[in-house]
Structure formats: structure tokens, C-alpha cells
Design a protein around this ligand. Sequence first.
Ligand SMILES: CC(C)(COP(=O)(O)OP(=O)(O)OC[C@H]1O[C@@H](n2cnc3c(N)ncnc32)[C@H](O)[C@@H]1OP(=O)(O)O)[C@@H](O)C(=O)NCCC(=O)NCCS
Length: 193
Amino acid sequence: MIDQIPPVVPPGRLRELAHPVYDLPGGLLLRPWEASDAPALVAACLDPDVQHWTYPGLLSTAEAEARIAGWRTRRQDEEAAMWAIAPADGGLPVGLIGVRELDLPGGSGEFLYWLLPAGRGSGVMTPAVDRISRWAFEELGLHRLRIIHSVANTASCRTAEKAGFPLEGTMRGALLHADGWHDEHLHARLRTD
Ligand SMILES: CC(C)(COP(=O)(O)OP(=O)(O)OC[C@H]1O[C@@H](n2cnc3c(N)ncnc32)[C@H](O)[C@@H]1OP(=O)(O)O)[C@@H](O)C(=O)NCCC(=O)NCCS
């Protein structure tokens, strides 16, 4: 029976799409990560908030370059799509946003995002989440996107709410952070919202 349900997004769809560049407020844009952006990724790993909430590990410059190359491979393999949030006039990224855990047949994915301290406080992540959500629904064809964050991460909770991801519930003891198990909020937005 289940194989009578067609995939929400046919295989190959993400691979066929160009990696778009989008303008953001504040002279920033969303663009693909480049190998030369590795120092920004190294800096993110050293930021206590990024490390606490998204645990990217500690990366050398060579390891950061390899991770950026890995994101390109994961896009080709239709597992994830990552963007840098970077100054439009050039320079290193101040943040990352992407959709991972891509399930194209099931039509869903999960956001990952962070800003370096220099990028925080301007509210730019809200339009970034909205822009990538519209890409994921309108260009890629997903049905549902989710944001999962620790209940203690108020900034992420507000970002999700303001980007059109209402809170659906609390998942108890759902993710292990450096200081132990955290209850996690589940937020989601549907293509039909
Ligand atoms: C989550 C993150 C992207 C939000 O971006 P930001 O620029 O810091 O947040 P904004 O300035 O847009 O503020 C968003 C809201 O959170 C609130 N907020 C921001 N930092 C806060 C903090 N440390 N504690 C409580 N509230 C905070 C703001 O007051 C604002 O609330 P409002 O809409 O009611 O006015 C950023 O803080 C970050 O990268 N944090 C570290 C990594 C991370 O947590 N990633 C998400 C993992 S799920």
C-alpha cells in the first residue's frame, strides 16, 4: 500500500536546482559557502553559544574547509542545503542557515542556523528563515519544515515564532547538550500555512 503514495519531492529535484543567492536586510545576503569562508566556521566553533546549542565540534581551518566541501556533497546527495549569511559587499560570513535531515519522499526537513556575535541583535535570522522556507516550499517542493531548539534557547524560540513556525509541543529529554539532557521545543511551518 505504502508504495502507492508518490514521493512528495521526486529524487533528483534538489540536484537539478541552482543554488540561489538571496538578498537580506542590513546589506547581507544568502549565498553558498566557499572554501575561503573556513575562518568564519572556525570562529563559530569557538563561540560558546553556537557550540552550546548546535555543537559543531572544534574545527581546524583544514577541517572547516572539509566540512564546507562536505556540505556541497550532501547537497548533491540531496541530504542538506546550506547557505552562508554574508556581507553583500564581500567578506566572511556572519552566520549559517540550512535545511538538513532532508526527507524528499516524505517532504520534510529541519532547520539549522546560527549567527556569530557580530551578526546578532539585528533580527536578520527571521527573514533568513522565511526566505529559505519559501525556497524549500516553492522551489524544492517540501511540505513541512521544522525547527527544534532547547526550551532554554529563548532567542531561537522567538526567531522560530516570528518566522512563521508556531510551537507544536515540547519533547522531553530530547537532546543531549554539554550540560545534560534538554527538553526541546518543536516548531513547524507547512507549505499550506
Ligand atoms: C538564535 C539566533 C540565530 C537568534 O539571532 P539573534 O540575532 O541573536 O536574535 P534577535 O536579535 O533576532 O532576537 C530574537 C528575539 O530573541 C530575543 N533574544 C535574543 N537574544 C536573547 C537572549 N540571549 N536571551 C533571551 N532572549 C533573547 C530578542 O529579544 C528577540 O525577542 P523579541 O522578538 O521578543 O524582541 C542567535 O542568537 C544565535 O546564533 N545563537 C547561537 C546559536 C543558536 O542558538 N542557534 C539555534 C539553535 S536551535
